[in-house]
Ligand binder design. Structure first.
Ligand code: F6R
Length: 238
């Protein structure tokens, strides 16, 4: 793992955006794995201001909540359109997210087929959960798992309730790309900011490797850029 630590979240977001921009400029037909969540808002804001064409790229998002349709304001379909896709020139038929509607097992199987058709991902963007999750692969997820339906942990439901009216509105399940597909990506960029992520970053980077910390699986990958602000890096013995 390669660590770069910045004084501010904004500087970290801009640097991570630059890594993605460089990938797309070098290889315009890149397959990019996109992430959502609060951490990525500044990154998308920076990336859409950069002079980069995404016309030939193909995008696979990590996850979607089960039960939320694409127009639900808290769905990740909506998030991506609102914060990024509506502002760039990516082709509509090159945008892929797991469906939150219909049978979730079928949605997972269909996504897995698409990944097999267009993958592997050239650059996978990741955030990290306070419990060490990547995508919605919660503690206990297999390191070689494919796209699957997952029950969100209490920690994740509590953390994500800030985006909903209250905790009861947060879906209990999600369809997520598996750790197996994430590890197949040629390059991974993980962005984490804030003191709330410091323990998870420490566990990912310096704790034991195992299913109890899904992000620890990334230590088996040869090309991971970890981009942090000082608060998220605070517990590392770098
Ligand atoms: C989002 C995702 C999650 C988030 C993580 C951190 O697509 O897969 O792993 O990256 O939950 O979320 P925030 O940035 O809201 O703290």
């Amino acid at each position: 793992m390669n660590f770069t630590v910045f004084d501010t979240p904004n500087a970290a977001e801009i640097y991570a955006a630059e890594l993605i921009a460089a990938q797309v400029q070098l290889q315009p037909e890149s397959v990019i794995g996109w992430a959502t969540g609060g951490t990525m808002l500044g990154l998308y804001d920076a990336l859409r201001r950069m002079d980069v064409s995404f016309k030939q790229t193909r995008g696979f998002n990590l996850d979607e909540y089960v039960g939320l349709g694409p127009d639900h304001p808290q769905s990740y379909h909506h998030y991506m359109r609102n914060h990024f896709f509506d502002h760039i020139d990516i082709a509509a038929d090159h945008i892929h997210l797991p469906s939150g509607l219909g049978n979730p097992q079928e949605s997972a199987a269909q996504y897995e087929r698409l990944l097999a058709q267009y993958g592997p991902i050239d650059l996978q963007l990741l955030g990290i959960g306070q419990n060490g999750h990547i995508g919605f692969n919660e503690p206990g997820a297999a390191f070689d798992g494919g796209t699957q339906v997952t029950a969100l942990s209490d920690t994740t439901i509590a953390a994500n309730s800030r985006f909903f009216d209250d905790k009861t509105q947060v879906p209990k399940d999600a369809v997520t790309m598996g750790i197996g597909a994430i590890l197949k990506a040629r390059k991974i960029v993980l962005l984490a900011c804030g003191s709330v992520k410091a323990d998870a970053v420490k566990a990912m980077a310096e704790g034991p490797i195992g299913r109890f910390c899904p992000a620890s699986s990334l230590r088996g990958h040869p090309n991971v850029a970890v981009v942090l602000d000082q608060a998220a890096a605070a517990h590392l013995s770098l």
